[in-house]
Design a protein around this ligand. Structure first.
Ligand code: UD1
Ligand code: MG
Length: 454
């Protein structure tokens, strides 16, 4: 694969988003628009990606990290001016520079790879990606000669009423020969309706100098949609989510109702897993094979083994091993590790705890800061008392221990292997292995109480 270098424009404020956040950091399918573009570029063969930042540059750099290079555009004087800022960083490059915008999250790696290949095959100095847009308002229009040759690009605000009738638009994505790009950019002026230095003007400058310019039409316009408002963001979100569920179904996942199932772009799900409606899988969640997930499950950054069942669960930043059963109405909180074959039953909260193989927490429990062994049975309503108002302490429960209903284990405390805790106990001292601890007031019966009261 022939590689290339990109310049990704992301300096604009995105006024129409009406947001404190730079436009390109708004998310669709769980990933910022800019990250979608960067990922597609890398997957299509980009060797270096240079992001032009401006409005909220620091926030963009922090969010995206150091997988790309950055250059600052201090004043937003137009897309041509933005690309010019990358000139020094690109001084050693002699191949293709692909220019992309950070607000086109629907681009696919396949489209970019094909576009680059066609640019190289055409032997052009500049190639623009175009799309046939049903509603072309706001886009630059592609003006062609009768023989089909591209003459120039006219911005919506500069276009005549006849030019505005044209539906072929500039997708804002270009391949340039590096030297030709930077020499033409110095000739771009800001003599236009917006007083900006327009990048698309490079095409007519090169054409007038007798260079070959070329255009490639995208086979569907959706992939090239530029997002400028929250309403358009919602359109992108819907398309990305549809793509994701289609991709998973093609890989052997059953999704009962794609319209009520929301799966982020990076989520992975194994074969023969069945997803019931009203399920939201977010972040970098990974789910194994043969699971039954939903209805009403929200997983964020979860790792789930094979054959796990979960319904009516909210779980985040935790791991659940194969064959476990979660539900219903559970909250699994960060840094919890649920072993294989575990049962977490109705109305249970688990936080920063390890639950050993085949242990059961079947009803109405709070398990926080606890290390539980294997085959432990926690009776209904058992609570780890982990917080004294100042500090948190851990509870440790050995293998095969049996904790009776409605017990409090006041941490720090250890319940040994094969130990028993009598129902209703408040345990404040360690319970040695194999013993029974009873820590509650003894029952007494007062005879004749009924008659005495009368
Ligand atoms: C641009 C194109 C238009 C094309 C459309 C496709 C120009 C002049 N127009 O218009 O032909 O149809 O994209 O979506 O290029 N940016 C900077 N610095 C600036 C100005 C913009 O980095 O000084 C960035 C923005 O953050 C954005 C991208 O460039 O990511 C495009 O800018 P935007 O204002 O959205 O241009 P459009 O009006 O959409
Ligand atoms: Mg735009």
């Amino acid at each position: 694969m022939l590689d290339f270098v990109t310049v990704i424009l992301a300096a604009g404020k995105g006024t129409r988003m009406k947001s404190k956040l730079p436009k390109v950091l708004h998310r669709a399918a769980g990933k910022s628009m800019l990250q979608h573009v960067i990922d597609a570029a890398y997957a299509a063969g980009a060797r270096r990606n240079i992001v032009v930042t401006g409005f909220g540059g620091d926030v963009v750099r922090t969010a995206i990290g150091d997988s790309v290079e950055y250059v600052e555009q201090c004043e937003q004087l137009g897309t041509g001016h933005a690309v010019l800022q990358a000139k020094d960083l690109l001084s050693g490059e002699h191949g293709t520079i692909m220019v992309l915008c950070g607000d086109t999250p629907l681009l696919t790696a396949e489209l970019l790879a094909r576009f680059h290949e066609e640019h190289v095959n055409a032997g052009a100095k500049a190639t623009v990606l175009t799309a046939i847009m049903p509603n072309a308002k706001g886009y630059g229009r592609i003006i062609r000669r009768e023989n089909g040759e591209v003459l120039k690009i006219v911005e919506h605000k500069d276009a005549t009423p006849e030019e505005r009738e044209i539906h072929e638009v500039n997708a804002g994505i270009y391949c340039f020969d590096a030297e030709a790009l930077f020499s033409a950019l110095t000739k771009v002026t800001n003599d236009n309706a917006q007083g900006e230095y327009y990048l698309p003007d490079v095409l007519s400058i090169l054409r007038d100098a007798g260079e070959k310019i070329w255009a490639v039409v995208a086979d569907n316009y959706e992939s090239t949609l530029g997002i400028n408002s929250r309403s358009q963001l919602a359109v992108a979100e819907r398309i990305l989510r549809k793509r994701k569920v289609e991709e998973l179904m093609a890989d052997g996942v059953t999704i009962m109702d794609p319209n009520t199932t929301f799966i982020d772009a990076e989520v992975r799900v194994g074969m023969d897993t069945i997803i019931y409606p009203f399920t939201i899988l977010e972040g970098v969640t990974v789910i194994g094979e043969d699971c039954i997930i939903g209805p009403h499950v929200r997983f964020q950054d979860m790792v789930i083994g094979d054959g796990v069942k979960a319904h009516y669960v909210y779980a985040h930043d935790a791991e659940v091993e194969s064959g476990s059963d979660l539900g219903q109405f559970n909250h699994i909180r960060p840094d919890s590790h649920i072993g294989t074959g575990v049962k977490i039953g109705n109305f249970v909260e688990i936080k920063n705890s390890n639950i050993g193989e085949c242990s059961k927490v079947p009803h109405l429990s709070y398990i926080g800061d606890c290390d539980m062994g294997a085959h432990v049975n926690m009776g209904c309503g058992t609570i780890t008392v982990n917080y004294d108002g100042k500090n948190k302490y851990r509870t440790s429960i050995g293998n095969d221990a049996f904790v009776g209903c409605n017990s409090n284990l006041v941490a720090p405390v250890v319940v040994g292997e094969n130990a028993y805790v009598a129902a209703g106990s408040t345990i404040t001292r360690d319970v040695p292995s194999g013993t029974l601890a009873v820590a509650r007031a003894r029952q007494k019966e007062i005879e004749g109480w009924h008659d005495k009261r009368k």
